[in-house]
Design a binder for this molecule. Structure first.
Ligand SMILES: Cc1cc2nc3c(=O)[nH]c(=O)nc-3n(C[C@H](O)[C@H](O)[C@H](O)COP(=O)(O)OP(=O)(O)OC[C@H]3O[C@@H](n4cnc5c(N)ncnc54)[C@H](O)[C@@H]3O)c2cc1C
Length: 441
């Protein structure tokens, strides 16, 4: 996109991005690409890096990463899933199998990737470096003045700028500044924990029970009462990512992440099908992490003065729709267009207007998907399974939602609304509709 912003004329905005997670780095890239701003990123941690393992990047996000030239740094690390498969927990019965790639690419013009979070983070970091955007680590932000756009670090250092992006995640300090304590409600527990670990695929290929999981790249979900397991290949198919979600057992009251207990993991799934048990048998000590899945009540506002929140800071996504990072990256794209085209005072309100309904809708469906994955065995589950097994309607039955109409648009099937979305184009369309001038007309 070529620069067009004329307010203030010929002056480059100074934008500070708080938090160098996936959303913060994406925001730095998208804003810097407008050519109208000097961006600096502040990160509390002493070194950059991402924890966790796999992440699903759907075409609504890959289209942005490709447009921004981040994909070249992902190189061979992405995996293209051939199918999405759902399996019944108890007997290994395949309930549904839907094609993913290349069909997704053919339909939406962009791929669906499975990628290691560390690889995606590193690719974004390399792009940030290419754009010569400075990242300051050991820079914990403890306060911000939203009127004069200044930041205070834990060292007492003050940094002045023109605009602040709060991308400091679920436990955001910038959210407290936006909410000013009035409407602030802390993140709450969802009732679910997750174990995450990876297994070398070559080990699985030689195991007759597990070989099928790694023969063809696919996203596999084993669905059972109150729990589920997800698995897919990463890193040029060398690694199999496993996430198991299960009910809160009260062992994480004072933390949200800790080392996982393998015996507990196996005990939880001891009645599941041989494939799941064989997979969990491959978990190695020191490689399993246990996570508390947290949520946040809907916020009334995502902005105040010259500060805007993006990503998990304002709309954390439960993992059931695999959209948290993708939505943070969509936010980054939309915010860059707001900064490029709007007077600064309008950036926050218009950004929230552009993004609120979509992010809230996806949050809602992620919460609802939990119920679909975790149905207790009984008539409702039998009806779900029968619908999923019906090949003619499998995909529709499994995801039988529509994408609610916005702006007078007709409703669309859920996947179309989710995957077919271009956050940059949509921001331009809506900004134009609000009566602002958009240069590429
Ligand atoms: C089990 C699980 C599976 C998931 N799977 C997927 C998936 O498949 N696809 C998907 O799209 N999403 C997935 N997600 C969600 C996704 O990981 C998050 O939504 C996404 O990483 C949020 O990015 P963010 O940049 O907003 O926040 P974060 O990644 O949390 O980054 C925040 C950054 O801010 C820094 N920070 C915090 N406080 C301060 C401060 N005061 N000063 C300076 N820096 C600060 C932090 O150190 C961190 O680097 C999953 C999540 C979980 C738990």
């Amino acid at each position: 996109m070529s620069p067009s912003r004329t307010d203030p004329p010929a002056k480059r905005l100074r934008v500070v991005v708080v938090g160098a997670g996936l959303g913060g780095l994406a925001a730095a890239i998208a804003i810097s690409r407008t050519g109208l701003a000097e961006v600096q990123v502040l990160e509390a941690a002493s070194k950059l890096g991402e924890l966790g393992a796999g992440i699903q990047v759907s075409p609504n996000c890959s289209r942005l990463l490709i447009r921004w030239g981040v994909d070249k740094y992902l190189a061979d690390n992405v995996v293209l899933p051939r199918y999405g498969r759902v399996i019944r927990w108890q007997n290994g019965e395949v309930l549904a199998q839907a094609p993913m790639m290349p069909q997704i690419q053919e339909k939406y013009g962009f791929p669906h990737w499975h990628v290691h979070r560390a690889d995606l983070h590193e690719a974004l970091r390399k792009k940030v470096e290419e754009l010569k955007i400075p990242i300051k680590v050991n820079a914990k932000v403890i306060g911000a003045d939203v009127d004069d756009a200044s930041i205070t670090l834990h060292t007492g250092e003050k940094i002045n700028c023109d605009f602040i992006v709060g991308s400091d995640g679920l436990r955001s300090s910038m959210r407290e500044v936006v909410l000013k304590g009035e409407e602030a409600a802390p993140p709450f527990v969802t009732g679910d924990y997750a174990y995450r670990f990876t297994v070398p695929t070559e080990d699985m290929a030689g195991d007759p029970v597990l070989a099928d999981c790694v023969k063809t790249p696919m996203a596999i979900g084993w669905w059972g009462p109150g729990m589920h397991v997800v698995g897919y290949k990463l890193r040029n198919e060398t690694m199999f990512n496993v996430v198991t979600v299960f009910p809160d057992d009260g062992t994480m009251d004072n933390t949200y992440k800790m080392e996982g207990e393998i015996e507990h993991l196996k005990e939880l799934y001891k009645d599941w099908c041989p494939q799941v048990k064989a997979l969990l048998d491959r978990a190695r000590p020191g490689t399993v992490t246990k996570w508390k899945l947290m949520d946040l009540p809907p916020l009334q506002r995502w902005h105040r003065g010259k500060l805007v929140l993006i990503g998990d800071a304002c709309h954390p996504m439960l993992p059931y729709q695999a959209q948290g990072a993708s939505q943070a990256i969509e936010d980054a794209a939309a915010l860059a267009q707001c900064l490029r085209l709007l007077p600064l005072r309008d950036v926050g309100p218009v950004f929230q207007q552009l993004r609120y309904s979509r992010a809230t809708q996806i949050q809602k469906f992620a919460r609802e998907q939990r119920g679909k994955n975790h149905m207790l065995d009984g008539p409702e589950q039998e009806a779900r399974d029968a619908a999923m097994k019906d090949a003619s309607t499998a995909a529709r039955s499994a995801y039988a939602w529509t994408w609610a109409a916005e702006d007078g648009e007709p409703p669309k099937p859920w996947n179309e609304g989710l995957f077919g979305y271009d956050a940059e184009e949509e921001a331009l369309r809506r900004i134009r509709k609000l009566g602002y001038s958009v240069d590429d007309e």
